[in-house]
Every structure is written in C-alpha cells, then in structure tokens.
Design a protein around this ligand. Structure first.
Ligand code: PAF
Length: 281
C-alpha cells in the first residue's frame, strides 16, 4: 500500500491504474479509522480492482468553535488498519496541498443543505462538497463509498453528482454500530465513560420510534416528541435537533408515508453526535 501526499503523485497513480484498464474506488475519510470506515473499504475492494482512501481533515467543513484542531489524527494507525481492509493507496495531502495560496473556488449545493446539520453547522456542506469535488477530480473514481450515518451528506453529494453530471456512482453503506448500538464515529473517542453510556439513548430512541411506526403511528410530530422525551431522560444529553423528514427533500413530514428519515444530532458535553434511521412507511 502506498501513502501519497501530493496531488501530482496521486494523479500519476490514477493514470497508471486507468492505463491498465482497472476500476477504481474512492473512500473519502477524515481518518482516525473505525470499523465503519473499514466496512466501506472492504465493500469498495469487493466492487473495484483498486481502492484509494483519502485521509484529510478538511478545515473548510468545520465552523468557528468546532473541533477542527482537536479532531483525532494518526496516520500510522490508519495505515495499519487500511491495508488489511484492501486499500491500495492512501491519499493524505497537507492542507496547503489542497488549498494553496490563492485558492478561491467553492461548490455549494442549495436547498437540501438548509435542513438538519446544514441549519446548525453553517457552511459545513459547502466545505464537504468542495473537498469531495476536488477528491473526485484528483482520483477520478468509478465508484465512491459513503456511510449512511451521514445521511444528509450522502444526499447532498448525490445531488452534486447529478447536478454537475459527474461520471461516477455513489455507493452508500449502512451504519455500522458498536455491539451496544452506538453508531461508530471518530468523535466517539471524545466521550467520557458517562457520556458514552448516555449516548446509547440515541439508538434506543430511534428503535423505539421505529417500533411505534411499525405499530401504526403515522404522525411525524408524535414520533419526534417521543424521541425528544426519551433522549431528555438523559441529563447529559443536549439536543441540537430531532427531525422526521422526507428522505428525498429533507422537508419535515407530519403524515408519514413513503421513504422517511428520522435524524438527530445531540451533544454530550463537547461532543456532538449524529444518528439516523431510514424507514419506508
Ligand atoms: O464524512 C467525512 O468523513 C467527510 O465529510 C468527508 C466526506 C471525508 C469530506 O471531508
């Protein structure tokens, strides 16, 4: 497995793969890999000859006061995990390599970025779509793999790919959870043992909502209230949002029908966690 730090070397690697007629998958990450990322990599390897994973903590997608500085970084550890998961090359550029002096171009998907995380993290998705666009241009993947935990991110990237006529397939992989149900996230390392225990309420509340819908509840507000009440029993939880929305538009749904997304973001101390569940009603 190669570790590539410059755009020029990455393009050279891609050129050789393409010249050999091989298919190429990209797994974009910000590193500090966990089983969720490794699942994406294994799926990517099953689908394509060559897998590139990018490891880049993208400053553009962090707002003022967010955790850009503290975000965990450990390239040596990541490389040890990525290789057995089938990765052929890690692209780990420095910030100045991605955004050199004079950089002034940004990609902005409108409308669906006004909801959920887009509302509480101004500019976040502009940062995501800009860096993902650059990664797609540099790596030219046939397929790119993203986790369903960032459900809105997947939707925004699919929108960008469709709107800009980009020539690749976006593959979404289901959320990978710890045995006790906590969705895997690089940010879980920030949690104290007490916060981690309290965070189990997120998946529990989503499962409860799913059971209520399966039992016939069709009012979005009733589902939302149920989740809020369940999470608020944990005094360490501080809700950012709980939303019951249409999967395609991310607009809140009162009468539940078709594909719906129940998404939430909750703070435990300084750690903001997201989780979601998709249901067809
Ligand atoms: O999901 C992430 O880790 C990031 O948002 C991504 C897609 C790698 C872009 O920086």
């Amino acid at each position: 497995m190669q570790i590539i730090k410059t755009v020029a070397e990455m393009k050279d690697f891609v050129h050789k793969i393409k010249a050999a007629g091989k298919s190429l998958a990209l797994v974009p990450t910000m590193g500090y890999l966990h089983q969720g990322h490794l699942t994406l990599m294994r799926e990517a390897k099953a689908a394509c000859n060559t897998v590139v994973t990018s490891i880049f903590v993208n400053p553009l997608q962090f707002g003022v006061g967010e955790d850009y500085e503290e975000y965990p970084r450990d390239l040596t550890r990541d490389a040890q995990l990525a290789e057995p998961a089938g990765v052929d090359a890690i692209f780990a550029p420095a910030v100045a390599e991605m955004y050199p002096k004079g950089y002034h171009t940004f990609v902005d998907v409108e409308e669906i970025t006004n909801h959920l995380c887009g509302r509480s993290r101004a500019g976040h998705f502009r940062g995501v779509t800009t860096v993902v666009n650059k990664l797609f241009n540099i790596v030219q993947p046939d397929k790119a793999f993203f986790g369903q935990k960032d459900a809105q991110q997947v939707l925004v990237i699919k929108r960008m790919v469709a709107d800009l006529n980009m020539n690749l397939e976006i593959v979404t992989v289901p959320i990978v959870r710890e045995e006790d149900g906590l969705a895997m996230s690089s940010r879980n390392v920030y949690l104290t043992p007490e916060e981690r225990r309290a965070a189990l309420m997120l998946n529990r509340s989503l499962q409860q909502a799913k059971a209520a819908i399966e039992a016939g509840e069709r009012r979005g507000s009733a589902i939302r209230d149920m989740i809020v009440q369940t999470i608020e029993t944990e005094k360490l939880a501080n809700i950012d949002y709980v939303e019951v929305v249409a999967m395609s538009s991310l607009e809140p749904q009162e009468k539940l029908e078709g594909e719906i997304l129940i998404a939430l973001a909750v703070r435990f101390g300084k750690t903001r966690l997201i989780d979601n569940i998709m249901l067809t009603v």
